[in-house]
Ligand binder design. Structure first.
Ligand code: UDP
Length: 319
């Protein structure tokens, strides 16, 4: 029997590249397509000599075909607020045209399909914690709308291909995830704080730091994704860590783990920054028998070496 073949769009990104490792570990052959807008080849360097791995540099906003596949994992999109606001139109296109093209591949080859969606579908949520049944509180024209609406559209397109074309689809709602291979300058809170703490710079807390997020370590996230991929659930499933922290608490954890003496500097809160975010994961627990195992302190400790090296490399490049 030939190995199952998986397509990972955005496989050079943070989560996409970890997903490739997990799929190869399960015996899949993997083909990545990525235009490297925010993904990086270094995330896949370790797979260069892997015979079951292929990489094609292309833009999925144009129709494409990379041969028969059994599973499509659609992960291509800028994902940090700084990146998706810098590349707003590309973000809208990859979440609409790119999503259609990825769905068409699944349709053509009768492949299973999993789309990476986001807690941003809930916007600045009025329901807390967020259950999958909550429809959200999203500003459709604000600066974050390029990402939020692209992902909401992607979910709608995925459900439509399921309903009208009977594609075997899954919708993953990812909450804040961190760990090795994040871009140290992608502007997200953990890379920023780690880089600042390691470099002895002030930690930039936006607003008064009372807004909350719930951080999931990457290995927990990937385990949840693999379990969802094996399931037959077609409606959205939250995969995230329900332990909630204020951003100020998060800054303190980073200072503890790095042993840094950096001070905190308060800066303006970006427009439409969600006040609170925490996944209700009872559905994932029930359906997938999944819950995260790694606490924030432990995950930050496990990421420390990566961020130290990445921060140093960035400093050397900027000299
Ligand atoms: N944040 C911060 N300082 C930073 C970067 C982010 O205080 O240097 C805050 C940001 O305003 C938000 C939270 O941290 O409230 C998480 O931001 P991130 O960009 O990581 O992702 P988001 O959860 O907003 O998509």
């Amino acid at each position: 029997m030939t190995a199952q073949r998986a397509l990972v769009t955005g496989g050079a990104g943070f989560l996409g590249s970890h997903l490739c490792d997990a799929l190869l570990g399960e015996g899949y052959s993997v083909i990545v397509v990525d235009n490297l807008l925010t993904g990086r080849l270094t995330n896949l360097d370790h797979l260069r000599n892997e015979p079951r791995f292929e990489l094609k540099q292309l833009d999925i906003c144009e129709p494409f075909d990379c041969g028969r596949v059994d599973y499509v994992f659609h992960f291509a999109s800028p994902a940090s607020p700084v990146d998706y606001m810098a590349h707003g139109i590309a973000t809208l296109k990859v979440g609409s045209l790119g999503t259609f093209h990825a769905l068409e591949i699944a349709r053509k080859y009768g492949a299973k399909y999993l789309i990476s969606s986001t807690s941003e579908c809930y916007g600045d949520p009025l329901e807390h914690p967020q259950k999958e049944t909550y429809w959200g509180h999203v500003n459709p024209i604000g600066p974050r709308s390029v990402y939020d609406e692209a992902k909401r559209f992607s979910e709608a397109a995925t459900m439509a291909y399921h309903r009208y074309h009977h594609i075997d689809t899954r919708i993953l709602r990812i909450f804040n995830t961190y760990g090795p291979r994040m871009q140290v300058n992608d502007g997200r809170v953990i890379p920023n704080f780690m880089k600042q703490a390691i470099g002895g710079e002030e930690l930039t807390v936006y607003g008064d730091g009372s807004q909350t997020r719930s951080f999931c370590y990457v290995s927990d996230e990937i385990e949840g994704i693999m379990r969802l991929a094996r399931s037959s659930e077609h409606e959205p499933v939250n995969i995230g860590n329900p332990n909630e922290f204020t951003i100020l608490e998060c800054a303190r954890r980073v200072l503890d783990v790095t042993g840094s003496k950096s001070k905190i500097r308060f800066e303006a809160l970006p427009q439409d920054d969600p006040r609170q975010r925490r996944p209700d994961i009872s559905k994932a627990k029930r359906l997938l028998d999944w819950e995260p195992k790694i606490d924030l302190e432990v995950g930050l400790q496990m990421s420390l070496h990566y961020f130290q090296t990445a921060a140093l490399e960035q400093k050397v490049r900027s000299i």
